[in-house]
Design a protein around this ligand. Sequence first.
Ligand SMILES: Nc1ncnc2c1ncn2[C@@H]1O[C@H](COP(=O)(O)O)[C@@H](O)[C@H]1OP(=O)(O)O
Ligand SMILES: [Mg+2]
Length: 438
Amino acid sequence: MAQCTQLSRNSQERNKTCSNVRSPVQQRRQGRIRAGRSLPRARSMAAKMQSMNEHVAALLDVTCADDADEENRSLYRTAIDAVKRASDMCHGVQRGLAEEDTKAKQDDSPVTIADYAAQAVIALTLMQNSKGGSENVRLVAEEDANELRDGGRLTEAVANLVRTAMDDGELTNAQVCDAIDVGLYEGGDQGGNFWVLDPIDGTRGFVGRRQYAVCLGYVDAKTGDVLLGVLGCPNLPFRGGDVMRLSDGQEGLDSVLAAEARSEQGVAGSVFFAAKGKGTYVGPLDGSAPFVAIGAKARQSEEDAPPAFMESYDARHSDHSFSGVVASTIFDGKSAPPPLRVDSQCKYGLLAMGGIADIYMRFPPSKYREKIWDHVAGICVVEEAGGVVSDAKGRKLRVNEGRFLPEDLGGGICAGSSQSWHGRLVDAIAVAAAATQK
Ligand SMILES: Nc1ncnc2c1ncn2[C@@H]1O[C@H](COP(=O)(O)O)[C@@H](O)[C@H]1OP(=O)(O)O
Ligand SMILES: [Mg+2]
Protein backbone atom coordinates (compact mmCIF):
# COMPACT_ATOMS: atom_id res chain seq x y z
CA MET A 1 0.00 0.00 0.00
CA ALA A 2 2.84 2.39 0.95
CA GLN A 3 4.46 1.52 -2.34
CA CYS A 4 1.36 2.61 -4.17
CA THR A 5 0.91 5.93 -2.39
CA GLN A 6 4.51 6.72 -3.20
CA LEU A 7 3.84 5.80 -6.80
CA SER A 8 1.06 8.30 -7.09
CA ARG A 9 3.22 11.11 -5.75
CA ASN A 10 6.27 10.42 -7.86
CA SER A 11 5.98 12.07 -11.23
CA GLN A 12 8.71 9.97 -12.82
CA GLU A 13 6.82 6.84 -11.94
CA ARG A 14 3.46 8.18 -13.06
CA ASN A 15 2.96 5.91 -15.96
CA LYS A 16 3.59 2.69 -14.13
CA THR A 17 0.46 0.62 -14.11
CA CYS A 18 -1.06 -0.99 -11.09
CA SER A 19 -0.03 -4.30 -12.54
CA ASN A 20 3.61 -3.26 -12.19
CA VAL A 21 3.30 -2.95 -8.43
CA ARG A 22 3.48 -6.32 -6.79
CA SER A 23 1.63 -6.73 -3.54
CA PRO A 24 1.72 -10.21 -1.99
CA VAL A 25 -1.91 -10.79 -2.97
CA GLN A 26 -1.19 -9.68 -6.47
CA GLN A 27 1.76 -12.00 -6.85
CA ARG A 28 -0.58 -14.87 -6.06
CA ARG A 29 -2.84 -13.75 -8.87
CA GLN A 30 -0.13 -12.93 -11.31
CA GLY A 31 -1.09 -15.72 -13.59
CA ARG A 32 -4.13 -13.83 -14.71
CA ILE A 33 -2.95 -10.23 -14.59
CA ARG A 34 -0.84 -9.05 -17.47
CA ALA A 35 0.08 -5.40 -17.76
CA GLY A 36 -0.36 -3.43 -20.94
CA ARG A 37 -1.19 -6.34 -23.21
CA SER A 38 -2.66 -5.30 -26.48
CA LEU A 39 -6.21 -6.44 -27.03
CA PRO A 40 -7.91 -7.17 -30.31
CA ARG A 41 -9.95 -4.22 -31.64
CA ALA A 42 -13.36 -5.76 -31.90
CA ARG A 43 -13.90 -7.08 -28.42
CA SER A 44 -17.10 -8.70 -27.29
CA MET A 45 -19.00 -7.27 -24.34
CA ALA A 46 -18.11 -10.35 -22.27
CA ALA A 47 -14.40 -9.95 -23.06
CA LYS A 48 -14.55 -6.27 -22.10
CA MET A 49 -16.27 -7.14 -18.83
CA GLN A 50 -13.65 -9.76 -18.08
CA SER A 51 -10.69 -7.48 -18.69
CA MET A 52 -12.33 -4.70 -16.66
CA ASN A 53 -12.77 -7.16 -13.82
CA GLU A 54 -9.10 -8.14 -14.05
CA HIS A 55 -7.95 -4.53 -13.99
CA VAL A 56 -10.21 -3.72 -11.06
CA ALA A 57 -8.85 -6.81 -9.25
CA ALA A 58 -5.29 -5.56 -9.87
CA LEU A 59 -6.22 -2.09 -8.56
CA LEU A 60 -7.77 -3.63 -5.45
CA ASP A 61 -4.69 -5.79 -4.87
CA VAL A 62 -2.61 -2.63 -4.80
CA THR A 63 -4.96 -0.50 -2.70
CA CYS A 64 -6.15 -3.26 -0.35
CA ALA A 65 -2.98 -5.30 0.11
CA ASP A 66 -3.52 -5.91 3.84
CA ASP A 67 -5.99 -8.41 5.20
CA ALA A 68 -7.43 -5.56 7.27
CA ASP A 69 -8.52 -4.01 4.00
CA GLU A 70 -11.12 -6.71 3.20
CA GLU A 71 -14.00 -4.36 3.96
CA ASN A 72 -12.48 -1.63 1.80
CA ARG A 73 -12.00 -4.11 -1.03
CA SER A 74 -15.74 -4.72 -1.17
CA LEU A 75 -16.53 -1.01 -0.80
CA TYR A 76 -14.15 0.00 -3.60
CA ARG A 77 -15.32 -2.73 -5.96
CA THR A 78 -18.94 -1.79 -5.43
CA ALA A 79 -18.25 1.90 -6.07
CA ILE A 80 -16.34 1.24 -9.30
CA ASP A 81 -18.94 -1.23 -10.52
CA ALA A 82 -21.78 1.21 -9.80
CA VAL A 83 -20.10 4.15 -11.54
CA LYS A 84 -19.07 2.08 -14.53
CA ARG A 85 -22.59 0.71 -15.07
CA ALA A 86 -24.12 4.16 -14.82
CA SER A 87 -21.44 5.74 -17.05
CA ASP A 88 -21.96 3.15 -19.79
CA MET A 89 -25.69 3.75 -19.67
CA CYS A 90 -25.25 7.56 -19.82
CA HIS A 91 -22.82 7.29 -22.73
CA GLY A 92 -25.42 5.39 -24.74
CA VAL A 93 -28.18 7.85 -23.88
CA GLN A 94 -26.12 10.95 -24.73
CA ARG A 95 -25.55 9.71 -28.28
CA GLY A 96 -29.27 9.57 -29.00
CA LEU A 97 -30.70 12.09 -26.54
CA ALA A 98 -34.04 13.47 -27.80
CA GLU A 99 -35.63 16.75 -26.77
CA GLU A 100 -38.41 15.01 -24.88
CA ASP A 101 -35.81 13.13 -22.76
CA THR A 102 -34.93 16.38 -20.97
CA LYS A 103 -36.97 18.50 -18.54
CA ALA A 104 -36.31 21.81 -16.79
CA LYS A 105 -36.16 21.71 -12.99
CA GLN A 106 -37.61 24.44 -10.81
CA ASP A 107 -34.27 26.28 -10.79
CA ASP A 108 -34.30 26.08 -14.61
CA SER A 109 -31.37 23.61 -14.71
CA PRO A 110 -32.02 20.56 -16.92
CA VAL A 111 -32.60 16.98 -15.82
CA THR A 112 -32.71 14.04 -18.23
CA ILE A 113 -33.85 10.43 -18.22
CA ALA A 114 -30.18 9.52 -17.76
CA ASP A 115 -29.85 11.55 -14.51
CA TYR A 116 -32.73 9.59 -12.96
CA ALA A 117 -31.65 6.25 -14.38
CA ALA A 118 -28.02 6.68 -13.28
CA GLN A 119 -29.16 7.44 -9.73
CA ALA A 120 -31.38 4.32 -9.67
CA VAL A 121 -28.62 2.11 -11.10
CA ILE A 122 -26.11 3.28 -8.50
CA ALA A 123 -28.57 3.05 -5.60
CA LEU A 124 -29.56 -0.48 -6.63
CA THR A 125 -25.91 -1.53 -6.99
CA LEU A 126 -25.09 -0.15 -3.53
CA MET A 127 -28.11 -1.92 -2.04
CA GLN A 128 -27.25 -5.25 -3.69
CA ASN A 129 -23.75 -5.11 -2.23
CA SER A 130 -24.53 -3.62 1.17
CA LYS A 131 -23.12 -5.71 4.03
CA GLY A 132 -25.53 -4.09 6.47
CA GLY A 133 -28.62 -4.84 4.33
CA SER A 134 -30.17 -2.74 1.59
CA GLU A 135 -32.26 -0.72 4.06
CA ASN A 136 -29.06 0.54 5.68
CA VAL A 137 -27.62 2.24 2.60
CA ARG A 138 -27.15 5.94 3.42
CA LEU A 139 -27.04 7.91 0.18
CA VAL A 140 -27.13 11.67 -0.35
CA ALA A 141 -27.94 12.14 -4.04
CA GLU A 142 -29.15 14.92 -6.29
CA GLU A 143 -32.40 13.59 -7.80
CA ASP A 144 -35.76 12.48 -6.38
CA ALA A 145 -38.61 10.54 -7.98
CA ASN A 146 -41.39 13.12 -7.45
CA GLU A 147 -41.78 13.76 -11.18
CA LEU A 148 -41.82 10.03 -11.97
CA ARG A 149 -44.34 8.61 -9.49
CA ASP A 150 -47.37 9.38 -11.65
CA GLY A 151 -46.07 7.25 -14.51
CA GLY A 152 -45.99 8.35 -18.12
CA ARG A 153 -43.45 8.44 -20.93
CA LEU A 154 -40.57 9.78 -18.82
CA THR A 155 -41.06 7.15 -16.11
CA GLU A 156 -41.22 4.34 -18.66
CA ALA A 157 -38.06 5.59 -20.41
CA VAL A 158 -36.15 5.81 -17.11
CA ALA A 159 -37.33 2.39 -15.92
CA ASN A 160 -36.38 0.77 -19.23
CA LEU A 161 -32.86 2.17 -18.99
CA VAL A 162 -32.53 0.85 -15.44
CA ARG A 163 -33.89 -2.61 -16.35
CA THR A 164 -31.33 -2.87 -19.17
CA ALA A 165 -28.38 -1.56 -17.15
CA MET A 166 -29.18 -3.84 -14.21
CA ASP A 167 -29.99 -6.75 -16.52
CA ASP A 168 -33.22 -7.24 -14.58
CA GLY A 169 -36.41 -7.21 -16.62
CA GLU A 170 -38.49 -7.82 -13.50
CA LEU A 171 -37.81 -4.43 -11.93
CA THR A 172 -41.06 -2.49 -11.66
CA ASN A 173 -41.42 1.26 -12.24
CA ALA A 174 -42.24 1.66 -8.54
CA GLN A 175 -39.04 -0.15 -7.52
CA VAL A 176 -37.05 2.15 -9.79
CA CYS A 177 -38.68 5.21 -8.15
CA ASP A 178 -37.98 3.78 -4.69
CA ALA A 179 -34.33 3.24 -5.64
CA ILE A 180 -34.04 6.87 -6.77
CA ASP A 181 -35.51 8.03 -3.45
CA VAL A 182 -32.89 6.12 -1.47
CA GLY A 183 -30.84 9.22 -2.29
CA LEU A 184 -32.94 11.47 -0.06
CA TYR A 185 -30.68 10.87 2.97
CA GLU A 186 -29.84 14.13 4.71
CA GLY A 187 -26.17 13.43 5.45
CA GLY A 188 -24.57 15.26 8.39
CA ASP A 189 -22.42 14.00 11.26
CA GLN A 190 -25.09 12.31 13.39
CA GLY A 191 -25.45 8.96 11.59
CA GLY A 192 -22.89 6.57 10.11
CA ASN A 193 -20.65 7.09 7.10
CA PHE A 194 -22.58 7.84 3.91
CA TRP A 195 -22.41 7.79 0.13
CA VAL A 196 -22.68 10.98 -1.90
CA LEU A 197 -23.78 10.87 -5.53
CA ASP A 198 -24.19 13.24 -8.42
CA PRO A 199 -25.62 10.86 -11.04
CA ILE A 200 -24.78 13.30 -13.85
CA ASP A 201 -22.68 16.24 -12.81
CA GLY A 202 -22.79 18.88 -15.52
CA THR A 203 -26.18 18.03 -16.98
CA ARG A 204 -25.90 21.11 -19.20
CA GLY A 205 -22.70 19.61 -20.64
CA PHE A 206 -24.45 16.25 -21.06
CA VAL A 207 -27.30 17.83 -22.99
CA GLY A 208 -24.85 19.99 -25.00
CA ARG A 209 -22.82 16.86 -25.98
CA ARG A 210 -19.84 18.07 -23.96
CA GLN A 211 -18.24 16.82 -20.75
CA TYR A 212 -20.12 15.40 -17.76
CA ALA A 213 -19.25 13.05 -14.92
CA VAL A 214 -20.89 10.34 -12.83
CA CYS A 215 -19.59 11.15 -9.33
CA LEU A 216 -19.73 8.85 -6.30
CA GLY A 217 -17.98 9.47 -2.99
CA TYR A 218 -18.01 8.02 0.52
CA VAL A 219 -17.77 10.32 3.54
CA ASP A 220 -16.63 9.76 7.10
CA ALA A 221 -19.63 11.25 8.88
CA LYS A 222 -17.72 12.20 12.03
CA THR A 223 -14.69 13.92 10.48
CA GLY A 224 -16.11 15.00 7.13
CA ASP A 225 -13.10 13.43 5.39
CA VAL A 226 -13.82 11.91 1.99
CA LEU A 227 -12.75 8.26 2.15
CA LEU A 228 -13.40 7.34 -1.46
CA GLY A 229 -14.07 9.09 -4.76
CA VAL A 230 -14.93 7.64 -8.18
CA LEU A 231 -15.49 9.80 -11.26
CA GLY A 232 -16.86 8.26 -14.44
CA CYS A 233 -16.00 10.59 -17.34
CA PRO A 234 -17.30 8.97 -20.55
CA ASN A 235 -16.23 11.88 -22.78
CA LEU A 236 -12.76 12.33 -21.35
CA PRO A 237 -10.56 10.09 -23.50
CA PHE A 238 -8.22 7.76 -21.63
CA ARG A 239 -4.72 8.22 -22.96
CA GLY A 240 -2.75 5.82 -20.85
CA GLY A 241 -3.05 8.18 -17.91
CA ASP A 242 -1.12 10.85 -19.75
CA VAL A 243 -2.38 14.41 -19.99
CA MET A 244 -4.22 15.90 -22.93
CA ARG A 245 -2.05 18.01 -25.19
CA LEU A 246 -2.93 21.66 -25.49
CA SER A 247 -2.24 21.41 -29.18
CA ASP A 248 -5.66 19.78 -29.24
CA GLY A 249 -6.92 23.35 -29.28
CA GLN A 250 -7.01 25.55 -26.22
CA GLU A 251 -10.38 27.15 -26.80
CA GLY A 252 -12.26 24.18 -28.04
CA LEU A 253 -10.45 21.51 -26.05
CA ASP A 254 -13.61 20.43 -24.31
CA SER A 255 -15.56 19.78 -27.48
CA VAL A 256 -12.54 18.25 -29.20
CA LEU A 257 -12.25 15.75 -26.36
CA ALA A 258 -15.96 15.02 -26.38
CA ALA A 259 -15.98 14.56 -30.14
CA GLU A 260 -13.05 12.18 -29.92
CA ALA A 261 -14.74 10.11 -27.23
CA ARG A 262 -17.93 10.01 -29.30
CA SER A 263 -16.11 9.10 -32.47
CA GLU A 264 -16.77 5.93 -34.40
CA GLN A 265 -13.35 4.60 -33.42
CA GLY A 266 -14.82 4.26 -29.95
CA VAL A 267 -12.09 5.94 -27.90
CA ALA A 268 -12.70 4.91 -24.30
CA GLY A 269 -13.65 7.43 -21.64
CA SER A 270 -11.92 7.60 -18.27
CA VAL A 271 -12.69 6.46 -14.75
CA PHE A 272 -10.83 8.04 -11.83
CA PHE A 273 -10.52 6.20 -8.53
CA ALA A 274 -9.13 7.57 -5.28
CA ALA A 275 -9.22 6.31 -1.70
CA LYS A 276 -7.92 8.00 1.42
CA GLY A 277 -4.28 7.10 1.98
CA LYS A 278 -4.17 4.94 -1.16
CA GLY A 279 -3.55 7.40 -4.02
CA THR A 280 -5.41 8.34 -7.19
CA TYR A 281 -5.69 6.17 -10.30
CA VAL A 282 -7.21 6.47 -13.75
CA GLY A 283 -8.26 3.76 -16.18
CA PRO A 284 -10.32 3.40 -19.36
CA LEU A 285 -14.06 2.91 -18.83
CA ASP A 286 -14.12 0.01 -21.28
CA GLY A 287 -11.50 -2.02 -19.40
CA SER A 288 -9.10 -2.07 -22.36
CA ALA A 289 -6.04 -1.21 -20.22
CA PRO A 290 -4.97 -1.34 -16.56
CA PHE A 291 -5.43 1.50 -14.09
CA VAL A 292 -2.50 3.90 -13.81
CA ALA A 293 -1.39 5.70 -10.63
CA ILE A 294 -1.44 9.48 -11.13
CA GLY A 295 -0.08 12.39 -9.15
CA ALA A 296 -0.19 15.97 -10.24
CA LYS A 297 2.99 17.11 -11.95
CA ALA A 298 2.99 20.43 -10.16
CA ARG A 299 5.09 23.30 -11.44
CA GLN A 300 6.32 25.13 -8.36
CA SER A 301 8.28 27.82 -10.15
CA GLU A 302 6.64 31.14 -10.87
CA GLU A 303 8.66 31.24 -14.05
CA ASP A 304 6.88 28.16 -15.20
CA ALA A 305 3.21 29.13 -15.55
CA PRO A 306 0.70 26.33 -16.09
CA PRO A 307 -0.69 26.20 -19.62
CA ALA A 308 -4.21 26.97 -18.40
CA PHE A 309 -6.42 27.55 -15.36
CA MET A 310 -9.72 25.74 -15.09
CA GLU A 311 -13.22 27.00 -14.52
CA SER A 312 -16.85 26.18 -15.37
CA TYR A 313 -17.80 26.04 -19.02
CA ASP A 314 -21.01 27.85 -18.19
CA ALA A 315 -20.70 31.50 -17.09
CA ARG A 316 -23.94 31.12 -15.08
CA HIS A 317 -22.10 28.72 -12.75
CA SER A 318 -18.99 30.79 -12.10
CA ASP A 319 -17.84 34.40 -12.54
CA HIS A 320 -15.41 34.16 -15.44
CA SER A 321 -14.29 37.76 -15.23
CA PHE A 322 -13.28 37.48 -11.56
CA SER A 323 -11.25 34.32 -12.17
CA GLY A 324 -9.49 36.21 -14.97
CA VAL A 325 -8.53 38.89 -12.42
CA VAL A 326 -7.28 36.21 -9.98
CA ALA A 327 -5.21 34.53 -12.71
CA SER A 328 -3.60 37.88 -13.60
CA THR A 329 -2.90 38.49 -9.91
CA ILE A 330 -1.06 35.17 -9.51
CA PHE A 331 1.14 35.87 -12.50
CA ASP A 332 1.62 39.52 -11.67
CA GLY A 333 3.47 41.26 -14.49
CA LYS A 334 3.68 38.13 -16.59
CA SER A 335 1.11 36.84 -19.01
CA ALA A 336 -1.59 34.88 -17.21
CA PRO A 337 -2.54 31.46 -18.53
CA PRO A 338 -5.80 31.30 -20.47
CA PRO A 339 -8.92 29.63 -19.04
CA LEU A 340 -9.76 26.05 -19.85
CA ARG A 341 -13.54 25.80 -19.52
CA VAL A 342 -14.83 22.32 -18.85
CA ASP A 343 -18.18 21.13 -17.48
CA SER A 344 -18.47 19.04 -14.32
CA GLN A 345 -16.05 17.34 -11.92
CA CYS A 346 -14.00 16.25 -14.93
CA LYS A 347 -12.06 19.37 -13.88
CA TYR A 348 -11.01 17.65 -10.66
CA GLY A 349 -9.82 14.62 -12.64
CA LEU A 350 -7.81 16.80 -15.01
CA LEU A 351 -6.28 18.68 -12.08
CA ALA A 352 -5.24 15.39 -10.48
CA MET A 353 -3.61 14.27 -13.72
CA GLY A 354 -1.48 17.38 -13.86
CA GLY A 355 0.27 18.93 -16.80
CA ILE A 356 -2.70 20.84 -18.17
CA ALA A 357 -3.80 23.14 -15.36
CA ASP A 358 -2.66 23.53 -11.76
CA ILE A 359 -5.50 25.68 -10.51
CA TYR A 360 -9.30 25.54 -10.58
CA MET A 361 -11.60 28.36 -9.51
CA ARG A 362 -15.36 28.46 -9.00
CA PHE A 363 -17.20 31.65 -8.03
CA PRO A 364 -20.97 31.00 -8.24
CA PRO A 365 -23.60 33.76 -7.95
CA SER A 366 -23.92 34.91 -4.32
CA LYS A 367 -27.42 33.41 -3.94
CA TYR A 368 -26.36 29.97 -5.20
CA ARG A 369 -25.92 27.34 -2.48
CA GLU A 370 -23.30 24.69 -3.32
CA LYS A 371 -24.34 21.04 -2.93
CA ILE A 372 -22.01 18.42 -1.45
CA TRP A 373 -22.48 16.02 -4.42
CA ASP A 374 -20.85 18.55 -6.75
CA HIS A 375 -17.51 18.21 -4.94
CA VAL A 376 -17.21 15.14 -2.69
CA ALA A 377 -15.79 12.62 -5.19
CA GLY A 378 -13.53 15.27 -6.76
CA ILE A 379 -12.06 16.24 -3.37
CA CYS A 380 -10.69 12.72 -2.86
CA VAL A 381 -9.41 12.47 -6.45
CA VAL A 382 -7.46 15.75 -6.12
CA GLU A 383 -6.22 15.29 -2.56
CA GLU A 384 -4.92 11.76 -3.08
CA ALA A 385 -3.00 13.06 -6.09
CA GLY A 386 -1.26 15.61 -3.83
CA GLY A 387 -3.57 18.59 -4.41
CA VAL A 388 -5.85 20.63 -2.16
CA VAL A 389 -9.54 21.64 -2.50
CA SER A 390 -11.00 24.33 -0.22
CA ASP A 391 -13.32 27.28 -0.07
CA ALA A 392 -12.08 30.59 -1.45
CA LYS A 393 -10.47 31.44 1.90
CA GLY A 394 -8.52 28.18 2.08
CA ARG A 395 -10.83 26.43 4.58
CA LYS A 396 -11.64 22.72 4.30
CA LEU A 397 -15.02 22.09 2.63
CA ARG A 398 -17.35 20.80 5.35
CA VAL A 399 -19.27 17.99 3.66
CA ASN A 400 -20.80 16.49 6.82
CA GLU A 401 -23.26 19.25 7.69
CA GLY A 402 -26.13 18.18 5.44
CA ARG A 403 -26.89 18.14 1.72
CA PHE A 404 -25.48 21.64 1.20
CA LEU A 405 -22.04 23.09 1.83
CA PRO A 406 -22.00 25.90 4.41
CA GLU A 407 -23.39 29.19 3.15
CA ASP A 408 -20.15 31.08 3.80
CA LEU A 409 -17.53 29.83 1.36
CA GLY A 410 -15.69 33.14 1.24
CA GLY A 411 -17.00 33.64 -2.30
CA GLY A 412 -16.45 30.24 -3.86
CA ILE A 413 -14.34 27.12 -4.15
CA CYS A 414 -10.79 26.69 -5.34
CA ALA A 415 -8.32 23.88 -5.89
CA GLY A 416 -4.61 23.54 -6.58
CA SER A 417 -2.67 20.58 -7.90
CA SER A 418 -0.24 20.97 -4.97
CA GLN A 419 -0.17 22.73 -1.59
CA SER A 420 2.01 25.40 -3.11
CA TRP A 421 -0.33 26.17 -6.03
CA HIS A 422 -3.31 26.11 -3.70
CA GLY A 423 -1.61 28.56 -1.31
CA ARG A 424 -0.78 30.94 -4.13
CA LEU A 425 -4.33 30.72 -5.41
CA VAL A 426 -5.92 31.52 -2.03
CA ASP A 427 -3.57 34.51 -1.60
CA ALA A 428 -4.38 35.78 -5.09
CA ILE A 429 -8.14 35.47 -4.50
CA ALA A 430 -7.81 37.65 -1.37
CA VAL A 431 -5.81 40.28 -3.28
CA ALA A 432 -8.20 40.24 -6.26
CA ALA A 433 -11.26 40.43 -3.97
CA ALA A 434 -9.84 43.48 -2.20
CA ALA A 435 -8.94 45.12 -5.50
CA THR A 436 -12.37 44.55 -7.02
CA GLN A 437 -14.31 44.92 -3.73
CA LYS A 438 -15.97 41.58 -4.43
N1 LIG B 1 -26.63 28.72 -11.08
C1 LIG B 1 -25.67 27.83 -10.80
N2 LIG B 1 -24.53 28.24 -10.24
C2 LIG B 1 -23.55 27.36 -9.95
N3 LIG B 1 -23.65 26.02 -10.19
C3 LIG B 1 -24.77 25.55 -10.76
C4 LIG B 1 -25.83 26.44 -11.09
N4 LIG B 1 -26.80 25.71 -11.64
C5 LIG B 1 -26.38 24.41 -11.65
N5 LIG B 1 -25.16 24.32 -11.11
C6 LIG B 1 -24.37 23.10 -10.91
O1 LIG B 1 -23.04 23.32 -11.28
C7 LIG B 1 -22.48 22.03 -11.55
C8 LIG B 1 -21.72 22.05 -12.82
O2 LIG B 1 -20.52 22.57 -12.49
P1 LIG B 1 -19.59 23.18 -13.58
O3 LIG B 1 -20.10 24.55 -13.80
O4 LIG B 1 -18.29 23.12 -12.87
O5 LIG B 1 -19.68 22.32 -14.76
C9 LIG B 1 -23.58 21.09 -11.69
O6 LIG B 1 -23.63 20.30 -10.55
C10 LIG B 1 -24.79 21.94 -11.78
O7 LIG B 1 -25.83 21.21 -11.35
P2 LIG B 1 -26.26 19.81 -12.08
O8 LIG B 1 -25.54 18.74 -11.32
O9 LIG B 1 -27.70 19.78 -11.89
O10 LIG B 1 -25.80 19.86 -13.51
MG1 LIG C 1 -24.03 18.42 -10.24
